[in-house]
Each structure stands twice: as structure tokens, then as C-alpha cells.
Design a protein around this ligand. Structure first.
Ligand SMILES: Cc1cc2nc3c(=O)[nH]c(=O)nc-3n(C[C@H](O)[C@H](O)[C@H](O)COP(=O)(O)O)c2cc1C
Length: 374
């Protein structure tokens, strides 16, 4: 039976993504707020992701022909209505009862691409059915965390292929969870009924007996962490393009390009893994330079304004992903809230392009930027 979405409205007082964030606090309890909002350690990277975009200054051109302009772009052979996708964010039913399904309907309606998390709280098939029912939908990708049980992982990949996902996004920046103090303080827990449903049936990871003085991380858990060999294994078991998410070092970007990875997502997991990791605005130019146009580079982290999207493209990104802003929209008004967030950002991007003298994204260039991401 199809789940019926709640019909909600967004208060007229919400005019930007920061308003959405503030309003979302009213709808989320302390447990969910700590989970969605928190970052690792002292949250230095979490904050810096934002200020890095702010530190870049725009240098506009005037008197350009703008009529007939648009935000369309192509990515891995697909046309996107605008260079934005929903980032994979786990357990979205913690933000709203409609969870990932609401995000899927909203993204599809606006032609925004979507990446579904391995840890989604809605079956991947249900999300795909909702998303792909819209003829104008953008790309639908599946984010993969390699599981200790590679047989299970293979089955998960086959399910994603059968359901119509067009690419796999292997997240490589979280061999362990970040140390997230906000979550530890509230004693974060998943309420009954919310779980990573796509991992149902996965057997518990058999732990290795630890001798005294050995590390639970290095001598047990990390035996199952993915390596470059696993990327190639993944490529060998799927016909889908494989992208890597969480790359910050140009040498890793070069290695990825060398083994035929289809694309990269420059990301520090929204500041949730390694605190004081460099910001994504800082990392992006070197990654773009390293891959020399051989594969598309996407970026996420702290994108909250149309000007941020523009700056990311000016630094060479093909598209951006949005994490928390979609969750704030979801918490505020379900599918309507997510759609509102996407619409606001798209409108801001259009206005930014016009004010910068760029009719299309092909006109966006590094020469439009001054300054360094702080
Ligand atoms: C609550 C939360 C859960 C997330 N879950 C996942 C996940 O399951 N897989 C993944 O690759 N990234 C995950 N991310 C990272 C996002 O995909 C993305 O990199 C990040 O949120 C971008 O930063 P932003 O929130 O500032 O837009 C998560 C982020 C948040 C905030």
C-alpha cells in the first residue's frame, strides 16, 4: 500500500534556508536535533564549511545578454534542471514521518537529483518507485557503505540496480564514525520503528577476540573497512557507474581517476567525521585540477545560498549536494518543505547568475571569484 504524504504548508515568514533551520528546531526533539545538526569534535569543520563559502567574493560582469538563460546542466549523460542534488542523509523518518519518501517526491517534482543513503529509514525500492514515477525527475543514485558481509553488500547493489538507481556513491570518509559530542551528551538513540531498513537481514559483524592491550578499532573493526581494492571489487560486480564521496586530497582524486571511478564528491561529511579537516571550498580547486576534467567533481558541505552554489561551480564543481537544509525543510513541512528549500535555492541561483552576468552555467568561471576560502 502506498504511503500517503502529509499535506503541510510553509509559513510565509520563512524566506531562506537559515529561516528553515531556525524553524526546524521547533519540530525536532533534542535527540533528533543533536543527530541532524551535530558535527565531530569541536565542530570546527562544521562551522568552517559555511564561512569558507562566505569568504569568497563575487566579481560581476555587467551588460551581458541574459534573456533565455537557464540553470540546466548535464551530469553523467543526464540533464539536470539545476546543478543540485539531495545528499544522502540517514534516518530521515526521524525528522518527519514521511521521511525519505517526502524527499523523493519533492526532489523529483523539481528535477533535483537524489542520493539515497544506505541507512535510509525507507525501503530503497519504495523511494525509487516514488521518485521515478515523475517523468521529469533528475538522476537517482544509491549511496553505499560497504558492509562487513560482502555477499550482503552485493545483494544490496543488485537491489539498487533492479530498482532503477543510476549510479552508486561509495562513501569513503567514514571508516569509523566521527566522535560527535552532541550526540553523546543527549544519549542519541533511534526511536522504535526507525531503523536502517535496507540492512534488515544483515548478520551482526563477528568481532575478533581482542588480546589485552590491543585496539578495538585497529585490531577488530577496521579489518572490514574498505580499501582501494574494494572500490575495484565494487566496480567489478556492478554495471552502474561508481562515484566516491568524501575525497579531499588530490592524490586520492588522481588514484580514483586512474581506476576509472565515474565521479568524485568533495565532502567532509558535513563536518561529522574528522574535525579540523579542511573545508570543502578549500579542497575543491586542487581536486578539480588533479582530475583535469576526466570526471565530474561534485561538492557538499555548508551550501546554504544560491551564491554558494554559484561559487562552487566557479571553482569547477559540476553540481552541489545539500544535506541538512533538506532535513530542515522536511521537519518543517514534509515534502512541501523540502520542495520549498530546493525552490528557494534555485531562485537564488538564478538571481545570482543574472547579477553576475551569466546566462548559463557555461558562463560561470573562476574569473568571477576573488579571495580564498578561509
Ligand atoms: C544527519 C546526517 C546524516 C548523514 N548520513 C549520511 C549517510 O548515511 N551517508 C553519507 O554518505 N553521508 C551522510 N551524511 C553526509 C551528507 O551526505 C553530506 O555530506 C553533508 O550533510 C553535507 O553537508 P551539509 O549538511 O552542510 O549540506 C549525513 C549528514 C547528516 C547531517
Amino acid at each position: 500500500m502506498m504511503h500517503r504524504l502529509q499535506r503541510q504548508t510553509v509559513p510565509a515568514s520563512i524566506v531562506n534556508l537559515a529561516d528553515h533551520e531556525q524553524q526546524a528546531r521547533q519540530h525536532l526533539d533534542d535527540n533528533a536535533w543533536a543527530y541532524f545538526g551535530g558535527g565531530a569534535g569541536d565542530e570546527i569543520t562544521l562551522r568552517a564549511n559555511r564561512t569558507a563559502w562566505d569568504a569568497l567574493r563575487l566579481q560581476p560582469r555587467v551588460l551581458q545578454r541574459l534573456a533565455g538563460g537557464h540553470t540546466r546542466t548535464t551530469l553523467l549523460g543526464r540533464t539536470l534542471a539545476h546543478p543540485m542534488m539531495l545528499a544522502p542523509v540517514a534516518f530521515q523518518r526521524l525528522a518527519h514521518i514521511d521521511g525519505e519518501l517526502a524527499s523523493a517526491y519533492a526532489a523529483a517534482a523539481l528535477g533535483t537529483g537524489m542520493v539515497l543513503s544506505t541507512q535510509a529509514s525507507t525501503p530503497l525500492e519504495t523511494v525509487a518507485q516514488a521518485f521515478l514515477a515523475d517523468v521529469g525527475s533528475g538522476p537517482l543514485w544509491f549511496q553505499l557503505y560497504l558492509q562487513h558481509d560482502r555477499g550482503f553488500t552485493r545483494t544490496l547493489v543488485q537491489r539498487a540496480e533492479a530498482a532503477g538507481y543510476e549510479a552508486l556513491v561509495l562513501t569513503v570518509d567514514a571508516p569509523v564514525s566521527g566522535i560527535r559530542d552532541r550526540e553523546r551528551r543527549v544519549g542519541f538513540h533511534l526511536p522504535p520503528g526507525i531503523r536502517a531498513v535496507n540492512l534488515d537481514g544483515l548478520s551482526p559483524r563477528p568481532s575478533r577476540p581482542l588480546q589485552a592491550g590491543r585496539s578495538a578499532l585497529f585490531d577488530d573493526l577496521l579489518h572490514d573497512a574498505p580499501t582501494w581494492d574494494d572500490v575495484q571489487w565494487l566496480q567489478s560486480i556492478t554495471h552502474l557507474p561508481v562515484l566516491l564521496k568524501g575525497v579531499l586530497h588530490p592524490d586520492d582524486a588522481r588514484q580514483a581517476a586512474a581506476i576509472g571511478v565515474a565521479g568524485l564528491i568533495v565532502s567532509n561529511h558535513g563536518g561529522r567525521t574528522l574535525d579540523t579537516a579542511l573545508t570543502t571550498a578549500q579542497a575543491l580547486p586542487a581536486i578539480v585540477q588533479a582530475v583535469q576534467g576526466r570526471l565530474p567533481v561534485l561538492v557538499d558541505g555548508g551550501i546554504r545560498r544560491g551564491t554558494d552554489v554559484f561559487k562552487a561551480l566557479a571553482l569547477g564543481a559540476s553540481a552541489v549536494l545539500l544535506g541538512r537544509p533538506a532535513i530542515h525543510g522536511l521537519a518543517n513541512a514534509g515534502a512541501v518543505g523540502v520542495a520549498h528549500v530546493l525552490r528557494l535555492l534555485r531562485d537564488e541561483l538564478e538571481a545570482t547568475m543574472a547579477l553576475m552576468g551569466c546566462a548559463t552555467l557555461a558562463d560561470v568561471a573562476a574569473a568571477n571569484l576573488l579571495g580564498n576560502p578561509a
